[in-house]
Design a protein around this ligand. Structure first.
Ligand code: 5GP
Length: 206
């Protein structure tokens, strides 16, 4: 059972959409928040750090985590496991923080089914598929094969934008960051259903 006082902001969108750059740009301006560090079985990329970008584990360890019911949600993306650990999320929510997730469309469905009343979701994308390809190639961190996988996944994911509260086109980083800041501030105002019901009960009885 989650103790809910904070709120949740789900960010999804293809790798190369600029989610990480946007988060670093806004993180100091949106109040008390907790950025959830996922666990993954995908190999570490150059420049990434264990415990900072992800908790990097092997498949056996990840599956043991599933068995122990440690994940709020998990999914297979591009052939690797990715999951959100429940413990730190519970703690951050109990502390009234805005919990930010960078998760895929499957993760968004799971989070909404468990925490829908306090969740705001944003799909972030570059302006076009050709721009996405250009960014992935310019980043130079993935092989051609992986880039093709990411492009195919992005084509599938974009079909599910309507499952999100907001669509954010990251054409100009500064402008997109301003928009995301506004969304984050409003996201914090979502109240858990129990709290709304309590308010209504009291309101009627005063
Ligand atoms: P990348 O390998 O580029 O870091 O991430 C690939 C995809 O996995 C992205 O769409 C990212 O949002 C998603 N992802 C990262 N962490 C999680 C997680 O904990 N759960 C789910 N469902 N997706 C995740």
């Amino acid at each position: 059972m989650l103790i809910k006082r904070g709120a949740v902001l789900v960010l999804s969108g293809p790798s190369g959409a600029g989610k990480s750059s946007l988060i670093s740009k806004i993180i100091d301006d949106i109040g008390d928040c907790y950025f959830s560090i996922s666990t993954t079985t995908r190999p570490m990329r150059a420049g990434e750090k264990d415990g900072v970008d992800y908790h990097f584990v092997d498949e056996e360890e990840f599956k043991a985590g599933i068995e122990r019911d440690e994940f709020l949600e998990y999914a297979v993306v591009h052939g690797n496991y990715y999951g959100t650990s429940l413990g730190p999320v519970k703690e951050a929510l109990a502390g009234g923080k805005l919990v930010i997730f960078d998760i895929d469309v499957q993760g968004n469905v799971s989070v909404n089914s468990r925490l829908g009343d306090i969740t705001t979701s944003v799909f972030i994308t570059p302006p076009s598929l050709s721009e996405l390809r250009r960014r992935l190639e310019a980043r130079g961190t993935d092989s051609c094969e992986i880039i093709e996988k990411r492009i195919e996944n992005a084509k599938r994911e974009i079909q599910r934008v309507s499952e999100y509260d907001y669509l954010l086109v990251n054409d100009d980083l500064d402008h997109a960051a301003e928009q995301l800041k506004l969304i984050a501030k409003v996201a914090r105002m979502k109240l858990p259903t129990e709290e709304i019901n309590e308010f209504v009960n009291k309101w009627e009885n005063i």
